[in-house]
Ligand binder design. Structure first.
Ligand SMILES: [Fe+2]
Ligand SMILES: [Fe+2]
Length: 199
């Protein structure tokens, strides 16, 4: 019967099945690749749209600062017995900071270095990020009910608040003054693209 012939186990239909499987595999691979590549571009597109709607790239970064500082305050309010919750909240802090730091380290600080001619200040900010990352690593590996853990969270919040104050009140205004409208608009798109690689 024609039906059996086309789906039988002869060589030709075997080849067709293999070809179908290969093209399905290739399609799945293409979709997977696209899904890995798409977020940065989508992120950039969202950033550009927000920029057109008037969102300031530096305000977006300042919002990140406020969110992560508020989350650290919430961690400080937890009971020492809530070790799972503390671990989960710290993971969220790490995720937010990783995305934020990627955007600053790959986009904002190089512009601060080159466009605003703040080479030493940019390097200092990189060093502060490195210190924050080491602290996060220590907090991640320490017992969450140890009294020194919550002390470490408090210290991290203090360091982050000072770092954020320096960026918002000194360095971001310098960079803002050094960029024209087009570059500021591009900056927001680029910041979102970097963040979308993590978030
Ligand atoms: Fe920073
Ligand atoms: Fe920042």
């Amino acid at each position: 019967m024609p039906y059996q012939q086309s789906w039988g186990s002869n060589n030709e239909s075997g080849w067709l099945s293999a070809r179908t499987a290969i093209s399905f595999g290739a399609g799945a691979l293409l979709m997977l690749t696209a899904s890995r590549i798409a977020p940065p571009f989508a992120g950039r597109a969202i950033g550009s749209l927000r920029s057109m709607a008037g969102t300031d790239p530096f305000e977006a970064l300042a919002q990140d600062h406020r969110k992560v500082l508020a989350l650290l305050e919430q961690i400080e309010a937890t009971d020492k017995s809530a070790t799972m919750r503390r671990g989960a909240m710290l993971f969220q802090v790490k995720r937010m900071l990783t995305a934020h730091a990627l955007a600053e380290e790959d986009i904002v600080y190089p512009m601060l270095h080159d466009d605003a001619h703040r080479a030493e200040e940019a390097k200092k900010l990189y060093r502060e990020h490195a210190d924050i990352k080491v602290r996060l690593f220590e907090l991640e590996h320490k017992a969450k009910d140890d009294p020194s853990w919550i002390e470490g969270i408090r210290e991290l919040r203090r360091i982050l608040a000072e770092h954020a104050r320096e960026e918002e009140q000194v360095e971001f205004p310098k960079l803002r003054a050094a960029l024209d409208e087009r570059r500021k608009s591009n900056l927001l798109g680029e910041v979102h693209r970097e963040k979308s690689m993590v978030l």
